[in-house]
Design a protein around this ligand. Structure first.
Ligand SMILES: O=P(O)(O)OC[C@H]1O[C@H](OP(=O)(O)OP(=O)(O)O)[C@H](O)[C@@H]1O
Ligand SMILES: NC(=O)CC[C@H](N)C(=O)O
Ligand SMILES: [Mg+2]
Length: 509
């Protein structure tokens, strides 16, 4: 998952973009970048690292201008080289800078078309660079230096026809304005906000509403699936539905894990959906485990806390923060390699022995993906003297790869793939394991906005909403992106050309 932001302002935007990215950091910890437009020139700073490490005062001073976009990256295609950090840039037509959250499922075929038909050069293995070139190709046919909203929306409609997969994007077009759009299924989120100033209205788009809150913009609405928003440099907003048959089917994993609880996505409070997940799972535990003597409910910080508290309320048992989280270690699931993820769990979480000693504990997590966290946490609970260790997951078993912007490309790396609950329980060494039912998960989220009847649930049921994902596709991405392939790839990453300015060292001060 990545975080994207874009602002057309009346005052310089770099600080607001930076602040917006810091509150979207949970969506991507690998790389960050900002592009601003000033006097017909792009100013770019991007590199690997957290937002706070990528932008120093010397960079911020150079990111001048009233229009800009930003990105926090979690790679799902290509490599994690800084050359694939976003925003990307093309000089023709107009000069376009671009940031993308999601993942294209037909990148393979598109690459051929972009190279052979459009005769455009793609310098990285990133699907986002490809997508930028497809947009550029569509805008290339427009006449004149000033684009009309109609021309822009036509180009987006053509892009929708060509590309498949998940995409929420924002682009800055020199001499024109900011363009943002969302894929026809609305798999990845995108919110629109507005701020009134004495000089006129400013507009902002962001992956999550929390970024709007953080910089003082008022949430206006979610960008609809398939819809494009175009804000001119002068600050005039245009919008249009550009997809033929849009369907609102947001990714349910945003609610389970990715998004911040204080965000609203498609009219749904992420926090309220997690409370509902806790309620449903608590009821299932009460039904199916009535014979178990659970003494205490303990969350696995941080995402599962809201779910665990509600389970404790349902079961009328105490809720205790038995694990302390090191606030300086980020999210482990979105770290790039399994070795790093494994090491980080113990560095990130430490047990308070008195909460475990001699007790039957129910540990609650939002999800079990590779089992990295659950296995180690159960071991820590036992080391702290727990009597029985039960485990509950607020999401059902994850048995299928994700192809829409979550880096789970290989079924073999998923602990639930090809295994029954007893086998998973044995692997993570739990005394009992229980998962949320898929129906309950969907209801937990959908009852907060009855207008949404479908969700993208492929990781649980293998039903890929874009309809273009088959066995051979999954085999191909597994071969390209499983742990072994990524480790082999990292050997060659050092030699990647890094074609972007303001990189480390090139601006000493
Ligand atoms: O089964 P696994 O492969 O370990 O993945 C699942 C775990 O990873 C995530 O935590 P993470 O540490 O990323 O973030 P959090 O602090 O937001 O819970 C998620 O909340 C689970 O705890
Ligand atoms: N998680 C994402 O949204 C990733 C965006 C893009 N596919 C990349 O790998 O950079
Ligand atoms: Mg977690």
């Amino acid at each position: 998952m990545c975080g994207i932001v874009g602002i057309v302002g009346k005052v310089p935007v770099s600080q607001a973009l930076y602040d917006g990215l810091t509150v979207l950091q949970h969506r991507g910890q690998d790389a960050a970048g900002i592009v601003t437009v000033d006097n017909g020139v792009f100013n770019l700073r991007k590199d690997n690292g957290l937002v706070r490490d990528v932008f120093h005062t010397r960079h911020m001073k150079k990111l001048t201008g009233l229009l800009g976009i930003g990105h926090a990256r979690y790679p799902t295609a290509g490599s994690s080289s800084s050359a694939e950090a976003q925003p990307f840039y093309v000089n023709s037509p107009y000069g376009i800078a671009f940031a993308h959250n999601g993942n294209l499922t037909n990148a393979h075929e598109l690459k051929d078309e972009v190279v052979k038909i459009s005769r455009r050069h793609i310098n990285t293995t990133s699907d986002s660079e490809l997508l930028l070139n497809i947009i550029a190709h569509e805008l290339q046919t427009c006449e004149g230096l000033e684009l009309t909203p109609e021309e822009i929306f036509k180009a987006v409609a053509n892009v929708h026809k060509k590309i498949r997969g998940a995409y929420a994007v924002v682009a800055a077009i020199i001499g024109n304005g900011m363009l943002a759009f969302r894929d026809p299924y609305g798999i990845r989120p995108l919110a629109l906000g507005k701020r009134k100033t004495e000089f006129g209205d400013e507009y902002m788009v962001a992956s999550e509403s929390v970024a709007l809150d953080a910089v003082g913009f008022t949430f206006v609405r979610d960008v609809a699936p398939g819809e494009a928003i175009y804000v001119t440099e002068a600050g005039v907003l245009h919008s249009q539905q550009c997809a033929v048959n849009p369907v609102n089917a947001p990714c349910i994993f945003e609610f389970v894990y990715f998004a911040r609880p204080d965000s609203f996505i498609d009219g749904i409070s992420v926090y309220a959906s997690r409370v509902n997940m806790g309620r449903k799972l608590g009821q299932k535990i009460a039904r199916e485990w009535s014979n178990l003597d659970i003494d205490v409910i303990i969350p696995i910080p941080e995402t599962s806390s809201d779910v665990a508290l509600q389970i404790a309320i349902e079961l009328d048992k105490p809720y205790r923060q038995g694990f302390v989280k090191n606030r300086y270690i980020g999210r482990t699931f979105i770290m790039p390699g399994q070795t790093m993820r494994r090491k980080s769990v113990r560095r990130k979480l430490n047990a308070i022995p008195s909460e475990f000693k001699g007790k039957n504990v129910l540990l609650v997590d939002d999800s079990i993906v590779r089992g990295t966290t659950s296995e180690q946490i159960i071991e820590m609970a036992r080391e702290s003297g727990a009597n029985k260790v039960y485990f509950a997951s607020a999401a059902p078993e994850i048995r299928f790869p994700n192809v829409y912007g979550i880096d789970m490309p290989s079924a073999n790396e998923l602990i639930a793939y090809g295994r029954e609950i007893d086998q998973i329980s044995e692997l993570i060494r739990a005394d009992g394991l229980i998962f949320q039912d898929i129906q309950d998960l969907v209801e937990a989220v959908s009852e907060l906005n009855p207008e949404i009847s479908r969700f993208e649930t492929s990781v649980f049921d293998g039903n890929y909403i874009t309809g273009d994902v088959d066995h051979s596709y999954l085999e191909r991405i597994d071969g390209m992106r499983n742990e072994g392939a990524k480790n082999a790839g990292s050997q060659t990453e050092l030699s990647n050309l890094e074609m972007h300015n303001m990189s480390q060292g090139s601006n000493s001060n």
